[in-house]
Design a protein around this ligand. Sequence first.
Ligand code: SF4
Ligand code: SF4
Length: 130
Amino acid sequence: MLKWIKYYLNKLQSPKYILKGKCNKCGRCCRNIIFYAYGVPIKNEEVFEELKLKNKRMNLFYPSGKNEYGEILFTCKSLLPNNRCKHYFFRSLYCRKYPMVKSLTTGRYLTPPEECGYTIEPEKQFKDYI
Ligand code: SF4
Ligand code: SF4
């Protein structure tokens, strides 16, 4: 019970964030994504297969490269060459809310990639508090 009270008090007091900008349809959020398993980026096929068994949605992604750290990059099979989504009307809630989504690992809002037309900013700036 105390845990829940603490959780809601924390939620009420924590700063609110808003989304600014607009989508430039670059498709970056659907390609070359790094997925995490057990708190670390996926680096081999075995871990990806395990993840697919736990979460069927992972079947939507295929390995599309590797970065300089050996982390595997994944791309969504629904992404069309023109950067549009083949299943736009049936896309997941996560895709609908992106980039206003929180990391499952840290619980914090993700940082949109450089190419993204959106930014996530605190509702109130420092000057608003003084
Ligand atoms: S389902 Fe569509 S919006 Fe979601 S990651 Fe795939 S291509 Fe992108
Ligand atoms: S990365 Fe940002 S701008 Fe690019 S398609 Fe995704 S939401 Fe739109």
